[in-house]
Structures are given as structure tokens and as C-alpha cells.
Design a protein around this ligand. Structure first.
Ligand code: S1T
Ligand code: MG
Length: 540
């Protein structure tokens, strides 16, 4: 079969269900095959950062791989920031870049789209992916694809495949998926037994969950484990939205001094903190009231379990949870869940003429979801992400650690492409200026997200840390006036009554994206961001 078809079959076999991309002359032959075959629908965007963000979000929401296909050089280098963010947040994006044909570089001419050398791009992607291959030899291309795609699934990290344009139609053997690499049974047994002993000996064990429990599709099993062990469950900042559909949902999100004081005390005071899939990042732990004693904690992340000062390597998270469930099923003395009441969230927004504050937006969304049901959410970086912490548990994808702007709108479109569900997108005006225009691609694909645009005409998060800088003052672009030609409906709201009415109207309208431009006074922040800024400023 042709190499391109073998690659597409392998992507499907490893969990891909669509491809996001922008072609170019080095990728045209491959894109032709994508369009001809009926295995993976192709969604094109207007700028490659959006391709990467959408593929990242699709991977997160489907607990599988996302695919970003681009041309060589100008396309692939445009993708670097999105893939770097996917690497930081362990989202398995498969980058497929077209490339010059095998003989093209030998005529002594620099090629268009080339940076320093024809290998520069490969070297750049080696820094932000866990495995790579250049598919320039038909004899080993299938095995290279199998190896790289298994790495993406096992590590839950981005990978890179470079496809010279003269290789697309070359005849190859089909790709044979490689078997998953499991933990040694003895190591897994010893590790699970040690964890359960530690939890049983703890007076206040707590389960803190992070993004890997979604990346490996084990949220249900983790919820069951918490029930059997009687553990209170809290999410990290990055893990917001995890277990949202489980009963009971987590108690809340650990935000240190920026969050619920009772939850902060529960996590930081625990003598048996079990971190499952939580990335040890500044956004997850920097505003801790007290330094969490990691020697007493049990950390499972990146196929490794660390307990005190010793580690168990090559322990896949799903196998660890299954081993714990197997043992917990026979447990008699549950440690007993701490009697902690779940976090409260703002509700019952008055429909009055008061100006809108960010936390009012959370209340309006909570009220809406209480009557209309939960909507999956995508949030950008900015106060919109901190406001998302005040929205009751619903599935969320956001750059909670890498903190790159521009993610929200493309990610929300990627979620609707991957799941078919309408999404709620939270984005600030600064971030919307970067990638909000990708909404112009909704009409072609029938996407109809509801976009809440936090318009304070400001880089407000930067102003919070450096109020004297005038460069934080942005102009008022009147985004609402621009969305009609892009295929959507827009409303500008200034009062809480207008916000409630606009939300109800947007929910009722299907088939076109709905933009609600929420005018916010400069200098006002969500409650969560205010606490976060205070915590960071106090040097927590
Ligand atoms: N460029 C990119 C791609 N990502 C970033 N995170 C930044 C720059 C720095 C940055 C922030 S927050 C922020 C910037 C420029 C302002 C965001 O403005 P807006 O979207 O309007 O949201 P809000 O007004 O709620 O702040 C972080 C600290 O790095
Ligand atoms: Mg702003």
C-alpha cells in the first residue's frame, strides 16, 4: 500500500479520529491522500497555531492522539509554540510535516521554507516531542511509524513525523502496531502494596488528581478507587474539570492561598497525599500556603511512581490504578473520607443594571448549566482561566501550566470537531486578538460554540503585576461588530441583566457561533485571580 495510506490507517488504529492542518507545496501530495481517503476527516484552520491547539484539545477530550499536519518550514515552525505547550501539559499531539523530496537538497540551492539547514526543523522538534522519525526509507517506514505512535500513546507526549513529498506514494508494508509495554508484575505488586500500606497508616489521606488521569482515560477507575478507599478527591489547577461527570465530583480544586481555605488545609496538612497524574508545576503548587512535604507524598506521573526517596520506574498509570483497585476491593478498613464540604460556587446572579465583574460571569454560567446542563469548556490564558475555577465542575481544557495565550478559541473548535458537542469558550480580548478569528472557520464545518469574550480592553493579568505600564492599555476593537461577516451572532453586554439575557439567547441559537462580548472595567479581576496575585506577590 502507499506510505500515506499506511500512515493514515496507523493513525486511526492508534486512536486518531480527525486531522487538523494547513497544507503547503511540500505537503500537497499527502493532503491529497488525506482528502481522498475516508478514514480521517480533515479540518483546516487559518494559521498553524490554531492547528496545534485544536489537535491538542482533541487529544485531551478523547484521551487519545490528536493530529496536526503542516507543510515544511513556514508551517511547521508556526506550530512550535502549540506543540511546546502540548509537551509541557502531556498532550499527545502527532505532528506530521511535509518535507522536501529526498534528492531536492542536493542541487546546491537553498530551498524555500528552509531555515539554517534542511535538518534544522527536525532538531527543533526533537526538543518538544518524545519521539521522532523521518520517513525516507520504505523498508523501515512502517516500523518507524509504529514506534513513534506507541511512544505518543505510552508517554502521552507529542511526537514528530517528517514525510518527504516524494515518499507519499511509495509502496510499503502496512504498519504493525507494537504491543504496549507493561510494568513487571512483581514491581507493580510491590508498588501497589506499599501505596496502600502508606494510605492505611495515614490519619488524613487525600487523593490529588492531575491531567494524566484523563490522558490515559482512567477517570472512572480513579473515581471508583477513591470510593473504595474512602479518599477525599481534589484536583490540581491544571486538573480542573477532571471527574466532573463522576458522582460525587471532586471536593474542589487546590489553589493554595488563592483557593478554598479548607481544601488548602486538607491537601497541605495531609500525611498521606496521593498525587495521581499531577504535574509538579508552579501553577499547580506555587501559591501553596505551606510547602507540601513531597517526602510524605506518593507521586505517580510519567510512568514512574515516587514514594519518599525511592522510585518505581516503568509503572503505567492505568496499570497502577488497576492494581490498587484489585487490592482495594478486598480492603476492610477504609481510612474513611474526611468530612469536608465541597467548595461553594457563585450562583443566582441578579438580573440588575450593575456592571459585570468576572466572578459574575461564573455565576451566570453556573446558573445556565444548572438549568441547561453542563457544556464542555475551553479557556484561554488570562483572567478567564481563573474565572473558570469558579464555574462548577464541567470538562475543561486550558493551558493551565504552559499558560500560552491563543489556545481558547481553536481548542474549543477542536473539542467540537472531536466530540460533536457544542462548547463554551472563555477568552480575554488580548488572546482573542491572537486567534479569535479562527471562528471564521465555523460555518464550513457547522461548529457553533458560545464564546464569552472578557473585554476589559487590557492585558489585565499583566497590569495586576505591573500596574504602572501603559502598554497594558488595549484599544476597544468592538469585536461584536465584526462577527456577522464571519458567520456568527454577536452581542455586547455591560450589565448583569444583559449578560443573563444574552446567554439564554445564545443557548437557544444553534448552527452559528455566538459571541457575547462582556465589557469589564479595567482594574477588576476575578476573586480567584485577586487571591492568586496576592499570593504570588507575597512570595508564596
Ligand atoms: N504571549 C503569549 C502567546 N502568551 C502569554 N501568556 C503572554 C504573551 C504573556 C501574558 C500573560 S497574561 C497576558 C499576557 C500578554 C495578557 C492577557 O490579556 P487578555 O487575553 O486580554 O486577558 P486578561 O485581560 O484577562 O489578562 C501571562 C501572565 O503570561
Ligand atoms: Mg483583557
Amino acid at each position: 500500500m502507499r506510505l500515506a495510506n499506511a500512515l493514515l490507517e496507523a493513525l486511526h488504529d492508534h486512536g486518531a479520529r480527525e486531522i487538523f492542518g494547513i497544507p503547503g507545496d511540500f505537503a500537497l501530495p499527502f493532503f491529497r491522500v488525506i482528502e481522498e481517503q475516508d478514514r480521517l476527516p480533515l479540518y483546516t484552520f487559518s494559521h498553524e497555531p490554531a492547528v496545534g491547539f485544536a489537535a491538542d484539545a482533541a487529544a485531551r477530550f478523547r484521551a487519545s492522539i490528536g493530529v496536526a499536519a503542516v507543510t515544511y518550514g513556514a508551517g511547521a515552525f508556526n506550530l512550535v509554540n502549540a506543540v511546546a505547550g502540548a509537551y509541557a501539559e502531556r498532550s499527545p499531539v502527532v505532528v506530521i510535516s511535509g518535507a522536501p523530496g529526498r534528492g531536492e537538497g542536493s542541487r546546491g540551492l537553498g530551498l524555500h521554507h528552509q531555515a539554517r539547514t534542511l535538518d534544522s526543523q527536525y532538531r527543533v522538534f526533537q526538543e518538544i516531542t518524545c519521539d521522532q522519525a523521518r520517513l525516507d526509507d520504505p523498508r523501515n517506514a512502517p516500523a518507524e511509524i509504529a514506534r513513534v505512535l506507541r511512544s505518543a500513546r505510552e508517554q502521552s507526549l507529542p511526537v514528530y513525523l517528517e514525510l518527504p513529498r516524494d515518499m507519499v506514494a511509495v509502496d510499503v508494508e502496512p504498519v504493525e502496531a507494537l504491543p504496549r509495554r507493561s510494568a513487571s508484575r512483581e514491581a507493580l505488586a510491590e508498588c501497589a502494596d506499599e501505596i496502600l500500606e502508606r494510605l492505611a497508616a495515614a490519619a488524613d489521606p487525600v487523593l490529588l488528581v492531575g491531567v494524566e488521569i484523563r490522558r490515559y482515560g482512567i477517570e472512572d477507575r480513579v473515581a471508583e478507587l477513591a470510593r473504595r478507599l474512602g479518599l477525599p478527591v481534589v484536583t490540581t489547577f491544571m486538573g480542573r474539570g477532571l471527574l466532573a461527570e463522576n458522582d460525587p465530583p471532586p471536593l474542589g480544586t487546590y489553589l493554595g492561598v488563592a483557593g478554598d481555605a479548607v481544601l488548602t488545609g486538607l491537601v497541605e496538612g495531609s500525611d498521606g497525599l496521593l498525587l495521581l497524574g499531577a504535574i509538579l508545576s508552579d501553577t499547580n503548587f506555587a501559591v501553596s500556603e505551606r510547602q507540601i512535604d513531597m517526602r510524605r507524598a506518593i507521586q505517580a506521573l510519567g510512568r514512574e511512581v515516587r514514594i519518599g526517596y525511592h522510585a518505581y520506574p516503568e509503572i503505567p498509570l492505568d496499570e497502577l490504578v488497576d492494581a490498587l483497585l484489585e487490592r482495594a476491593g478486598k480492603m476492610t478498613s477504609d481510612p474513611g473520607a474526611a468530612t469536608v464540604t465541597p467548595s461553594e460556587y457563585p450562583r443566582d446572579l441578579p438580573a440588575d443594571d450593575e456592571p459585570i465583574r468576572p466572578s459574575d460571569i461564573a455565576a451566570a454560567v453556573n446558573d445556565l448549566m444548572a438549568t441547561q446542563g453542563a457544556l464542555p469548556m475551553a479557556a484561554d490564558m488570562g483572567d478567564c482561566l481563573f474565572t473558570a475555577m469558579e464555574i462548577e465542575h464541567t470538562q475543561l481544557t486550558a493551558p493551565g501550566y504552559y499558560a500560552g495565550m491563543g489556545y481558547g478559541v481553536p481548542a474549543g473548535l477542536g473539542v467540537q470537531a472531536a466530540t460533536g458537542n457544542r462548547t463554551l469558550i472563555l477568552v480575554g480580548d488580548g488572546a482573542f486578538q491572537m486567534t479569535g478569528w479562527e471562528l471564521g472557520n465555523c460555518r464550513r464545518y457547522g461548529w457553533d460554540p458560545i464564546v464569552l469574550l472578557f473585554n476589559n480592553c487590557s492585558w489585565e493579568m499583566l497590569r495586576a503585576f505591573q500596574p504602572e505600564s501603559r502598554f497594558n492599555d488595549l484599544d476597544d476593537w468592538d469585536f461584536t461588530a465584526m462577527v456577522g461577516p464571519l458567520g456568527g451572532d454577536g452581542r455586547r453586554v455591560r450589565t448583569r441583566a444583559e449578560l443573563k439575557a444574552a446567554l439564554e439567547e445564545a443557548v437557544a441559537r444553534r448552527g452559528r457561533f455566538q459571541l457575547i462580548e462582556i465589557m469589564l472595567p479595567r482594574g477588576c479581576m476575578s476573586t480567584t485571580l485577586e487571591r492568586f496575585v496576592a499570593g504570588v506577590s507575597r512570595g508564596h
